[in-house]
Design a protein around this ligand. Structure first.
Ligand SMILES: NC(=O)c1ccc[n+]([C@@H]2O[C@H](COP(=O)([O-])OP(=O)(O)OC[C@H]3O[C@@H](n4cnc5c(N)ncnc54)[C@H](O)[C@@H]3O)[C@@H](O)[C@H]2O)c1
Length: 270
């Protein structure tokens, strides 16, 4: 395999179990020659299988709640000590909404839970970047990525407050991308991924219908977690040094398809 990340050092948030998109990114980053550190919320270390992954890959696992600035400061200080210098890439693969988990209707949300979901799923991206920016821990022309969904632009009933969180996530991508680009050429992007069968994905009411509809609409079919990981690797690599402040659709063409023949056929009079 080509070594697109040879010599690069990265921090990967959000590997919970082997279905997680971040899990696939971690495996591929190492296969491409990177050194990595895994991190997740302390509760995820107890519930998921990330500890097994860290020992299998022989990489450090540092707990950090992405909504706590002190956890992030500790994480990145330890990371730079471990790497013996600055960081080349960061994956923010984090999302959680109690309103979605409890299948609450969008017109009947609990706002305390809405705020919590926004902190976890969107503001944490700002917290991560603010910590890296103020501690000057990103290498020149580094790359920072998060994962989004097309409900940021279009309405998908059932995606609930996560749609609003993803809109904010993409806005933070543009806003921080400007300042990080000016500072030292660091790229900041979001990938808007197809519905993917993971813990976070499957928690959405009607997920299977979302998944099957997107599959029928996309000329290339839904992008898998593994394919998403491949795309992440290109964006961490030196091949994409001038791509920044973008929301990049990785969805088999779903976002620009008006309607597919398969979907049309399902509306034919029988
Ligand atoms: N699965 C999909 O259909 C899909 C589609 C588009 C985008 N995404 C996005 O991809 C990203 C990764 O999700 P996934 O599908 O791999 O599911 P996942 O459930 O495997 O990953 C979500 C991760 O967020 C972590 N997390 C939650 N609260 C946290 C906190 N306070 N601090 C640190 N980490 C925390 C969880 O522990 C978990 O590891 C999310 O942003 C999700 O919204 C998923």
């Amino acid at each position: 395999m080509s070594q697109l990340l040879a010599g690069k050092k990265g921090v990967i948030f959000g590997a919970l179990d082997e279905n997680s998109i971040a899990w696939k990114v971690a495996e591929k980053a190492i296969a491409h020659g990177a050194q990595i550190i895994l991190t997740n919320a302390p509760v995820a270390l107890r519930l998921g299988t990330i500890k097994d992954m860290a020992s299998k890959l022989n990489v450090p696992l540092i707990p950090a709640d992405a909504t706590k600035n002190e956890d992030l400061e500790n994480l990145f200080t330890q990371a730079s000590q471990h790497f013996g210098g600055k960081i080349d890439f960061v994956l923010h693969s984090i999302g959680m909404s109690i309103n979605v988990r409890k299948s609450r209707h969008y017109t009947d949300l609990v706002h305390e839970d809405f705020i919590k979901a926004m902190d976890i799923s969107a503001l944490s991206y700002h917290r991560v970047m603010q910590t890296l920016y103020n501690k000057d821990l990103m290498n020149h022309q580094g790359s920072i990525l998060c994962l989004s969904y097309i409900a940021a632009q279009r309405t998908f009933p059932g995606y609930s407050d996560m749609a609003d969180n993803k809109s904010m996530l993409e806005s933070i991508t543009r806003s921080f991308g400007y300042y990080f680009g000016k500072k030292n050429g660091t790229r900041v992007n979001s990938i808007s991924q197809s519905p993917t069968k993971t813990t976070a994905g499957s928690g959405i009411k009607g997920f299977d219908a979302f998944y099957n509809f997107a599959q029928a609409m996309s000329p290339l079919g839904n992008a898998t977690a593994e394919e998403c990981a491949d795309y992440c690797i290109t964006l961490f690599s030196d091949l994409t040094r001038k791509v920044t402040m973008q929301n990049l659709f990785h969805d088999g063409g779903f976002s620009f398809t008006g309607v597919s023949e398969e979907v049309m056929e399902s509306f034919l009079d029988k």
